[in-house]
Design a protein around this ligand. Structure first.
Ligand code: NDP
Length: 529
């Protein structure tokens, strides 16, 4: 047996391990607060040039970066799987494929989406005025990202920020820093100019230093607890923040659903990425009359899943990301047990492997009073509760502090849409589950404790620009009636203005004209006196 000799860890170094095998994946530098400040300063200088780079050139760079990813697809998928634990199949389907689509979409459409926009200003338009909105890049955008989708979350945000004309400083999770560096390498090979994107790897302190560094926006994705700390700290420098936080996403299954399809969706929605997706199904509500049959289908399908190191192409459930994460899952499963729920399958670590593996777990008899139905688990557990009526299902789904996504299953699309609109979540899917973060064209973000602001879609792009209003008055000679020179006549003018002009009606405003002229004459006479 040959012993693996590891180089000693240096003080400013982070070692990244494969959570499925405990083997080292790589080492990166742990950036200090001073180095983060320096990176932000470099970014500010680079911004002065990048902001003027034409859209066509930004587009060429992003499209080249896609080619780099396509050329290294197998290697990148393996790195994601090794560093984070997910199956190779999911590294391709849930990270590489969606981010490539997002890249081409924003490369081709950002210019159009940020085109100056003329605004209808109503009757003021008839008075020689016009308004247009132009969209300016913000400056330096700080992106702080989690480990669960270590390529697609940060790279998608980086590309959107760059296309909008910003420069970026990215702090990836300390559990997946090598992928963070890979993102920098991809864009470097695509010939992105120096310092337009910088990756500052490190731990929570590095993230915190980035929040303090007076960047122009923080795009944060992570837990509610850290999100609150980030918002509090950012408030000190009035740095605007987008917070993409956790979820406790419900799936509602009505009796008229296609049970075979809905049960497969539930199993995938709860267990893909080992349940470590912010939009994982964490609460399943099934209509009472089909609960037994539906639960049986779920257990059968769960027991067929292949678990193992993600680098094996047939593996469906990889390892979890860390000992910290698996302990939360153990605590929640134990709490379900103690509260009287039944563990139908799984319920414990899978000790057949070296790393942190938890067997996919189906739990029956859950209810909203149980603690793990209220806190984010972020692991491979599927707790099932029942409901009788549509109203009850909606109430149960909304009975949570979170509101990221939700899923409604029914053969009756009218009911599906009706229920969807009553659920408080950033995305509600009818007969679909979990995958909409992969649609770069649509807004992503949550209600309630799931955060605020949006990434992706036009709404996400708008988070990365400052709208500027340019207002022009083409009447060069006449004064505005509301200017100084107040008098009885002025007050009468404003009264009539409130009743006519402010109605938005051209017809009523015609009646205001004589009084308006009287006021203009008063003002011009006063000026001439
Ligand atoms: P964390 O909140 O622990 O960390 C997120 C990022 O913040 C990491 O890069 C982390 O660094 C960094 N960080 C830690 N402390 C600070 C600090 N004080 N100031 C600034 N940055 C800090 O989340 P996880 O990485 O554990 O990710 C899992 C969470 O992310 C889950 O709650 C999940 O629901 C949520 N999530 C939300 C998504 C959404 O779109 N809504 C998508 C994906 C995940 P380090 O890793 O070094 O600690």
């Amino acid at each position: 047996m040959s012993a693996v000799i590891q180089a000693p860890v240096k003080e400013n170094e982070i070692v990244s391990y494969n959570p499925a095998t405990n083997e080292e994946v790589g080492r990166v530098k742990n950036f200090s607060a001073e180095e983060v400040r320096q990176a932000v300063e470099n970014s500010r200088k680079a911004f002065q040039v990048w902001r003027k780079t034409p859209f066509a050139e930004r587009r060429r760079i992003v499209m080249r970066a896609r080619e780099v990813i396509l050329a290294q697809m197998d290697e990148i998928a393996k790195l994601i799987s090794d560093e984070m634990g997910k199956p190779l199949a999911e590294a391709m389907s849930a990270e590489i494929a969606p981010v490539l689509d997002l890249m081409q979409f924003f490369a081709k459409n950002t210019e159009k989406m940020l085109r100056p926009e003329k605004r209808n200003i109503g009757l003021l338009g008839l008075m020689g005025r016009s308004s247009k909105i132009i969209y300016k890049p913000l400056g330096v955008v700080g992106i702080i990202s989690p480990w669960n989708f270590p390529l697609s979350i940060p790279l998608g945000e980086v590309v959107m920020a760059l296309m909008a004309g910003n420069t970026v400083v990215l702090k990836p999770s300390e559990l997946t820093p090598v992928i963070g560096e890979k993102i920098a390498e991809i864009l470097e090979v695509a010939r992105l100019p120096k310092n337009v994107l910088q990756v500052v790897s490190g731990d929570g302190k590095t993230g915190s230093a980035l929040v303090d560094a007076n960047v122009d926006k923080i795009m944060f994705t992570g837990s509610v607890a850290t999100g609150k700390k980030v918002a509090e700290r950012a408030a000190k420098t009035l740095t605007p923040v987008v917070l993409e936080l956790g979820g406790k996403d419900p799936m509602i299954v009505f009796a008229d659903s296609n049970l075979d399809k809905a049960s497969s969706a539930a199993v995938w929605g709860a267990f893909t990425n080992s349940g470590q997706a912010c939009s994982s199904v964490e609460r399943l509500y099934v209509q009472e009359k089909i609960a037994e049959k539906f639960t049986r289908l779920i257990v059968e399908k769960t027991e067929e899943l292949q678990q193992g190191p993600g680098s094996d192409e047939d593996v469906e459930i990889g390892s979890m990301s860390s000992e910290t994460q698996i302990k939360i899952v153990e605590d929640h499963v134990e709490e379900f047990r103690k509260s009287g729920a039944d563990i139908l399958t799984g319920g414990k670590r899978n000790e057949s492997f070296k790393g942190v593996f938890f067997s996919p777990t189906v739990i029956k008899g859950a209810n909203n009073e149980m603690r793990p139905m209220r806190e984010e688990t972020f692991g491979p557990t599927l707790p099932i509760a029942t409901f009788k009526t549509e109203d009850e299902a909606i109430d149960l789904a909304n009975d949570t502090d979170f509101g990221l996504t939700a899923s409604v299953w029914t053969g009756d699309l009218t009911r599906g849409k009706r229920v969807a609109e009553k659920i408080l979540a950033g995305t509600v899917m009818v007969n679909e589950v979990l995958y909409t973060h992969g649609i770069g064209q649509t807004p992503w973000g949550g209600f309630k404790d799931s955060g605020y602001g949006r990434t992706h879609g036009k709404e996400g792009l708008m988070e990365l620009v400052a709208p500027q209003h340019i207002h022009i008055n083409r009447f060069l000679l006449t004064p505005d009636v509301w200017w100084f020179g107040y008098s009885k006549n002025a007050v009468e003018t404003f009264k009539q203005m409130s009743k006519t002009f402010s109605s938005g009606s051209v017809f009523r405003t015609l009646g205001f004209m004589p009084q308006m002229w009287k006021r203009i004459k008063e003002l011009t006479k006063k000026k001439g006196e």
